[in-house]
Ligand binder design. Structure first.
Ligand SMILES: Nc1ncnc2c1ncn2[C@@H]1O[C@H](COP(=O)(O)OP(=O)(O)OP(=O)(O)O)[C@@H](O)[C@H]1O
Length: 496
């Protein structure tokens, strides 16, 4: 059954209304649901046009019931899949949700990669910043989805009998890199005349208790996030390793995983509770008719820590502190999403800096990125409330609007200027709305503005300006609109 990818944003509806009857007639009992869903076998199909019209994709992935859950609770489930886009939470009151895709327990890693991972690689190759993050309750399948099995010996990319073989369980991250390097190789061969060349730099970090640790060099702890006009948001001093094939990445993933264990032991922590962020900066350069082109994309792959109710986890002492920090950062993520979807495209202050993970994912949420959110859920009845929480989170995320644009410059001045002018026009239009509203002398929240040096001076997109020191609160990025408007007439460098 093909996914139609309508962003129909129904959200949840009242099951007591006449329209609550599922597409497939009467509601089955739970055992019937299981038989029905496996017999229908909702296979997801890729729709290449999806990313032309959308910048955010929300996918629900239901993991299978575990043997323990089956032996203690039977085959009852708290969700019922209705189609490749619809899912019903079967608690009280029953509620139905619509997403871009719903992947049931029968959906394989390969099938999921084809609909969510592969298009993301294509977006990166096209010069779009891209992000995939896995969200969900502890044990709902985030790591299985993102990393899967990479230790099995049959690393992806191994050649067996003349063809490449994956471990069937290897997840989105290894598959993304295998496809990325295959695509790079193909492009390089097809465009030899243009002297096309690529550079890929890989980094792997962990956010534990609101501290950033470099998993490729664990001696680098408590790294700081910075923001610059040229690089956008980045982690200062984070090790970036050049990678030329999928095997290079796999080796770094294994190295990072080992460092993670060492770090956990050093911190006297058996827990692996942390957010894990894998980033690859992909740059390409080529020449056409004497014009040198430069394209770049940032690919963020994120395995978030699990949402967990403190009451149910039985956490105490240090572990409670850890759980509190995780809950804080995940609720900061929820707040950012809430603010983004309630702002209706207006310029509002979005609290990205309330946690490390939201600061780092600033571009991926509401910014210059094509983003895929995989919300993992458990179908077990004992996880019913956590599953409902994830469905509600995903429903809100479904309304995020990003502004993804191709990161490309051409070295002839006229080309560079054209791209810059397009960017500036967009910003002038935005600011123009404020001027029309007659508020050019008021202050606006402008997160990309920094306040270096003397009072009243500010930097925006690499350009410096000044205004009355009295109008500036250094702690908050608020500046009067007029000086920013004055700066808009000047060209500014591209951010990536
Ligand atoms: N789609 C799936 N198919 C088969 N097994 C799965 C699937 N999803 C999860 N599992 C299994 O369920 C268990 C928990 O999954 P996983 O460790 O990925 O959860 P998690 O959400 O990353 O948990 P945590 O937040 O604690 O890291 C693992 O044994 C995993 O192999």
């Amino acid at each position: 059954m093909a996914a139609t990818y309508l962003k129909s944003r129904f959200g949840c509806y009242d099951p007591s209304s006449s329209s609550s009857v599922s597409n497939f007639g009467e509601r089955d009992d739970h055992v019937g649901v299981i038989r029905r869903s496996s017999s229908l076998n909702f296979e997801l199909q890729e729709d290449p046009s999806f990313w032309k019209d959308h910048n955010v994709q929300v996918v629900i992935r239901i993991r299978p019931l575990s043997n323990l859950e089956i032996s203690t609770q039977g085959l009852n489930k708290c969700v019922r899949q209705e189609s490749t886009q619809d899912i019903t939470w079967t608690g009280h009151p029953e509620s139905r949700y619509t997403f871009d895709l719903v992947a049931d327990e029968n959906v394989t890693q390969e099938n999921l990669f084809n609909v969510a991972g592969l298009p993301m690689v294509e977006n990166c190759m096209g010069g779009y910043n891209s992000c995939m993050f896995a969200y969900g309750q502890t044990g709902s399948g985030k790591t299985h989805t993102m990393m899967g099995d990479i230790d099995g010996g049959t690393l992806m990319g191994d050649i067996v009998g003349g063809t490449r073989r994956h471990s069937v369980n290897c997840g989105m991250i290894p598959r993304v890199f295998e496809h990325l390097f295959t695509r790079i190789q193909k492009d390089k061969e097809a465009r030899r005349d243009e002297k096309l060349r690529f550079t890929c730099k890989f980094s792997y970090l962990q956010i534990y208790n609101e501290q950033i640790l470099d998993l490729l060099d664990p001696s680098l702890a408590n790294l700081q996030i910075r923001e610059s006009p040229k690089k956008g948001v980045y982690v200062e001093n984070l090790k970036e390793m050049e990678v030329t094939c999928a095997r290079d990445v796999i080796q770094l993933l294994i190295q990072g995983k080992t460092n993670r264990r060492v770090a956990a032991t050093n911190m006297n922590e058996a827990s692996s509770r942390s957010h894990n962020v894998f980033t690859c900066i992909i740059e390409s350069k080529w020449e056409v008719q004497g014009v040198a082109h430069h394209r770049f994309a940032r690919l963020n792959l994120v395995d978030l820590d699990g949402t967990e109710r403190q009451g149910s986890s039985g956490a105490e002492g240090k572990r409670l502190n850890e759980a509190t920090n995780i809950n804080k950062s995940l609720s900061a993520l929820g707040n950012v999403i809430m603010k983004l979807v309630s702002s209706n495209g207006k310029l509002v202050h979005v609290p990205y800096r309330d946690s490390k993970i939201t600061f780092l994912l600033q571009d991926s949420l509401g910014g210059n990125s094509k983003t895929s959110i995989i919300a993992n859920i458990s179908p077990a009845n004992c996880n019913s409330m956590e599953t409902l929480g994830t469905l509600k989170f995903a429903q809100r995320a479904n309304f995020i609007k990003n502004n993804a644009s191709v990161n490309e410059v051409a070295s002839r001045d006229v080309h560079t200027m054209r791209i810059q002018i397009q960017q500036l026009e967009k910003e002038v239009n935005q600011m123009g709305g404020l001027v029309k509203g007659g508020i050019e002398n008021q202050e606006v929240d402008f997160p990309s503005v920094s306040f270096p040096g003397s009072p009243g001076s500010f930097k925006w997109e690499g350009l410096e300006g000044s205004f009355s020191p009295l109008a500036c609160d250094r702690k908050k990025p608020r500046v009067p609109v007029q000086p920013l408007l004055n700066l808009l007439v000047l060209p500014c460098p591209l951010k990536y």
